[in-house]
Write a protein that binds this ligand. Structure first.
Ligand SMILES: C[S@@+](CC[C@H](N)C(=O)[O-])C[C@H]1O[C@@H](n2cnc3c(N)ncnc32)[C@H](O)[C@@H]1O
Length: 216
C-alpha cells in the first residue's frame, strides 16, 4: 500500500464512528484493569496510520509504533507525533528481548501472515509480567445483530470505504478476513501455545470486537 492510501484510510477512520469508537476499547481496558504506574514502555504492533497511538498518547509518554509497511511508517513519521516509529517485520524482528511492559495490536492480527511467529515475537519482546492486549473483529453472536452487522459490513462499509478512500477492495477484504480468523477461545489457544498465561477475552457489542489479553 502506498503512503497516499494510508492517508486516505486515516481520513476515513478518523471521521467514521465505527473505527474511533472501537479503538477506545483498548484504552478503557488499560485504564481500568492495568496498574498504570507499571507501564513505562508500550509497543503498538502493526501501527498502520497510528490510530491507537493517537489514543494512547493522551495518557502515556513512551509509545513505540512498528509496522512492516514503509508507507505506514513514513506516514506516521510525517504526522509529527512524539513517538518512535520503527519499520519492522515479525519475521525479522529488530526489537530487544524483554523490553516492553505492554503490547497493543488493534485490528492487525488478522493481517499477519504467520500468526504464531507474530505471537512468539510479542512474547519475546515483552518484559516478565508484561501484558499483550489485542483488539480484533469477531463473529457476532446475536442473531438479530448478526443480520444487521453482516449487512452493514458487506453492503454499506465497502461503499463508504470506497467513497472516501477510493479503495473498495480493502473494505471487501475486511469482512472476508473476519469470517476466517480464529475467534474467541480458538485465538486464546494461539496465545497460550506461544507462552502467554492467564489469557482471557472479552466480547464487545455482541462479539463485533473482542479484546484478548495475555500475560508473560
Ligand atoms: C489493519 S492495519 C491496523 C492498523 C492500526 N493498528 C489501527 O488500529 O489503525 C494492520 C497493519 O499491520 C501491518 N502488518 C501486517 N503484517 C505485519 C508484519 N508481519 N509485521 C508488522 N506489521 C505488519 C500492516 O502493514 C498494517 O499497517
Amino acid at each position: 500500500m502506498d503512503e497516499e492510501l494510508y492517508y486516505k484510510f486515516y481520513k476515513v477512520e478518523t471521521i467514521h464512528w465505527w473505527f474511533s469508537a472501537r479503538r477506545e476499547i483498548i484504552l478503557d481496558f488499560i485504564i481500568n484493569y492495568i496498574k498504570l504506574d507499571k507501564i513505562s514502555k508500550i509497543l503498538d504492533y502493526g501501527c498502520g496510520t497510528g490510530g491507537i497511538i493517537d489514543i494512547l498518547n493522551k495518557y502515556f509518554n513512551n509509545i513505540y509504533g512498528t509496522d512492516n509497511s514503509k508507507s505506514a511508517i513514513d506516514f506516521c513519521r510525517k504526522r509529527n507525533l512524539f513517538n518512535t516509529f520503527l519499520l519492522n517485520d515479525f519475521n525479522n524482528n529488530q526489537i530487544f528481548n524483554n523490553y516492553f511492559d505492554l503490547i497493543t495490536i488493534a485490528y492487525g492480527v488478522r493481517n499477519f501472515e504467520n500468526i504464531n511467529k507474530a505471537m512468539s515475537e510479542c512474547y519475546r519482546v515483552l518484559k516478565d509480567n508484561g501484558i499483550i492486549a489485542i483488539l480484533e473483529f469477531g463473529k457476532v453472536n446475536n442473531k438479530f445483530l448478526k443480520l444487521f452487522f453482516n449487512f452493514y459490513f458487506t453492503k454499506i462499509l465497502p461503499y463508504l470505504g470506497a467513497f472516501f478512500s477510493k479503495n473498495k477492495n480493502a473494505y471487501i477484504y475486511l469482512p472476508e478476513s473476519v469470517m476466517t480468523f480464529p475467534n474467541g477461545n480458538d485465538f486464546i489457544s494461539i496465545l497460550q501455545k506461544n507462552g502467554f498465561k492467564n489469557c482471557y477475552f472479552k466480547n464487545f457489542s455482541a462479539g463485533i470486537s473482542l479484546l484478548y489479553v495475555g500475560f508473560k
